[in-house]
Design a protein around this ligand. Structure first.
Ligand SMILES: C[S@@+](CC[C@H](N)C(=O)[O-])C[C@H]1O[C@@H](n2cnc3c(N)ncnc32)[C@H](O)[C@@H]1O
Length: 293
């Protein structure tokens, strides 16, 4: 998934027709995440501020690289952002940065002399601690094709400018991002677990809002299955649960008629948003909400 060249053509309708270039969005996540929502940051923050009240909590139950929570916390728009993620490897990174020995992690990132052999050795070795798992995960995320860490994804062979795996390895940038997250960690919480449990648990507070970005696997041609270790989601059940939350939510999907039918079934508002990808191809995403969008 390209990190810097996705451009958003419109955000939630006529209000902003200007193209938002993601290169201008502050990148706070240590991950380059498949299906990452950096392009949605300006639109999401505007949506959050357009609510008639200031939410106390933002719950992001399919956190992945967490860019929406990180950006919300960075701008101090809610008291606490609660990230939830089921993938154990991804979870180890958030647990290390928020609750563990993040300094060890930063030190490993900055001191490794990265070669293909060194990367392979670390990636293939068992991890004895959460911190070791986090280091392995960050390394794998940076050097595997498209940031895809799901099994079977190979090491990037020929990166930009022929520099191989080094082309995606920016230790100082990663260290800076981790330091920034540490500086706002009083506004961040992380739970390793199942999205559905947390939506259920947090749904009764009207001052809690949700950003929900599930793996998209409803249609056969969608890539969710090969991008994530956990990709099976009951999309109807998810919408049914969101229908019952007391606060506001924003739900995102790749554009698909089946999802429009789902949004209509539950009486949600939705908008089709065009995106400009790497090769100037246009693709569409859906923004679905119980507010107007
Ligand atoms: C589309 S990605 C989220 C990307 C994220 N919005 C970002 O910007 O990086 C979906 C994530 O949901 C996680 N996931 C899948 N099933 C889950 C579940 N039942 N509970 C929690 N997380 C889950 C996947 O591991 C993946 O990281």
């Amino acid at each position: 998934m390209p990190e810097l060249n996705m451009q958003q053509l419109t955000v939630f309708g006529d209000e902003q027709s200007e193209i938002v270039n993601v290169a201008k969005v502050k990148q706070l996540s240590p991950f380059r995440y498949p299906g990452g929502k950096t392009w949605l940051v300006p639109g999401f923050l505007r949506w959050l501020q357009s609510l008639s009240y200031k939410p106390e909590y933002l719950v992001e139950p399919f956190a992945g690289g967490g860019i929406i929570s990180l950006s919300t916390a960075y701008h101090g728009l809610v008291d606490k952002c609660v990230m939830v993620e089921k993938d154990e490897d991804v979870a180890s990174v958030w647990k290390t940065i928020l609750y563990g020995d993040w300094e060890w992690l930063v030190n490993q990132i900055q001191s490794i002399n990265l070669t293909v052999e060194a990367a392979r050795k670390i990636i293939n070795a068992p991890a004895d601690s959460c911190e070791e798992m986090a280091f392995k995960t960050i390394l794998k995320n940076r050097v595997c094709h498209g940031g895809v860490m799901a099994n079977g994804s190979g090491l990037l062979k020929y990166g930009e400018n022929g520099k191989g795996i080094l082309s995606r390895w920016y230790p100082d940038t990663l260290a800076k991002r981790i330091n920034t997250i540490v500086s706002i960690k009083d506004r961040l919480d992380f739970f390793e677990g199942d999205a559905f449990d947390y939506i259920q648990e947090c749904g009764n507070n009207e001052k809690t809002c949700f950003f929900v970005d599930p793996p998209y696997t409803a249609s056969k041609k969608k890539a969710g299955k090969r991008l994530y270790r956990y990709s099976e989601v009951d999309h109807d059940r998810l919408s049914r649960m969101l229908k019952n939350v007391k606060g506001k939510f924003m739900l995102t999907y790749d554009y698909d008629e089946a999802i429009i039918n789902l949004a209509e079934k539950y009486g949600f508002n939705y908008k089709k948003i065009p995106m400009k990808g790497t090769h100037n191809s246009i693709r569409y995403e859906l923004i679905i909400s119980n507010t107007s969008v």
